[in-house]
Design a protein around this ligand. Structure first.
Ligand SMILES: Nc1nc2c(ncn2[C@@H]2O[C@H](COP(=O)(O)OP(=O)(O)OP(=O)(O)O)[C@@H](O)[C@H]2O)c(=O)[nH]1
Length: 315
């Protein structure tokens, strides 16, 4: 069947959104579907702060993935804002993928989300929900079967799909299932475009990822990263030869306490230098140019609880 075939199914397009408790594998799955690193994964809970879209292009469909922060019980003002953001997103998408990791029993966090989704499904225009059992590679067949049954009991899902983003198991099947729920429609984004996030947000995410690598405790919730400026350095680069300019990228890392600042910076600044080197590699790949990365660590006391600070930091 060709695209010009009158019997060919019409093109579909729309939005899918991933929800699930922190660390459920939402970002990794988004990346596996889109095939490029657009959302950060740091191995720590609640690191995805921004709604990042990846786009799956197919001849018959365009699937736009909205990767949200985990829907969780709010403990702080930041938590409440994140939940509002999630609910707003959920009401607007065409299909929701509820991620539940196969290597963890269905717990209170999952039940909380299931209850929220059940509420949403009672609405006038209920959004279909597909349950996705992630990290299938981490468990044996028997455990997976038991888990699928437990997930089935948890709510009224349109489909239940086990996947592994790491070995690719059933990732295509999931894509198929999500596309099935999209309405007929034209391409919403021109071909080839993988994300519509502003570059600055992606640069901030790369720095955040590098800064969180290997640090335990409170830090994931207490670190906000804001890109101050991205400027081509004067006199660098040569349009005639196609040599890209050197970019000066200035980034602020906000923590809540002096002790956290010390953790980020490390002894004699060694850790921050390492963070800079790691983040720079990703930013150069992203922007396709050489980068001079200037990192500044600042203390913004209790920023998670202060509405003014939250606004200033972009939440
Ligand atoms: N073995 C295995 N590990 C996975 C898989 N998917 C994700 N992980 C790991 O699980 C951890 C969490 O994955 P993320 O994709 O960051 O999870 P998330 O749901 O986006 O997390 P938050 O942003 O905190 O809500 C990371 O260490 C991933 O490498 C998978 O299919 N198999």
């Amino acid at each position: 069947m060709t695209q010009n075939d009158p019997a060919a199914p019409e093109h579909k397009s729309g939005f899918a959104c991933f929800v699930g408790r922190p660390n459920a594998g939402k970002s990794t799955l988004t990346n596996a579907l889109v095939g490029q690193k657009v959302a950060i994964t740091s191995g720590r809970p609640q690191t995805t702060r921004h709604t990042i879209r990846g786009i799956v292009h197919r001849p018959d469909a365009q699937l736009i993935l909205v990767d949200t922060p985990g829907l969780h019980r709010p403990r702080t003002l930041l938590g409440e804002r994140l939940n509002d953001l999630v609910r707003e997103t959920l009401a607007q998408v065409d299909v929701i993928a509820f991620c539940l990791p196969a290597d963890q029993k269905v717990g209170p966090g999952d039940k909380y989300i299931a209850a929220q989704l059940a509420d949403l499904m009672k609405g006038r225009r209920p959004t279909p929900v597909v349950a996705v059992v992630t990290k299938a590679d981490l468990v044996d067949r028997e455990t997976l079967t038991k888990h699928l049954l437990a997930v089935d009991q948890l709510g009224e899902w349109q489909d239940i799909v086990p996947v592994s983003a790491v070995d690719g198991f059933q990732v295509e099947v999931l894509e198929q299932v999500l596309v099935k729920h999209l309405p007929k429609g034209p391409e919403l984004y021109p071909g080839g475009e993988l994300t519509d996030e502003p570059e600055a947000v992606m640069v901030a995410e790369l720095v955040r990822e590098a800064a969180l690598e290997g640090v335990r405790d409170e830090l994931p919730h207490s670190l906000a990263v804001v890109v101050d400026e991205i400027l081509p350095r004067e006199g660098s680069g040569n349009p005639a030869t196609g040599k890209p300019p050197l970019l000066d990228v200035r980034v602020n890392l906000f923590v809540e306490r002096d002790s956290q600042k010390a953790i980020i910076i490390g002894r004699g600044g060694s850790r921050l230098r390492h963070v800079g080197t790691e983040a720079r590699k990703g930013i150069e790949a992203l922007l396709g140019a050489r980068v001079y990365l200037d990192l500044h660590v600042k203390v913004a006391k209790d920023w998670q609880r202060d509405p003014k600070q939250l606004r200033r930091l972009g939440f």
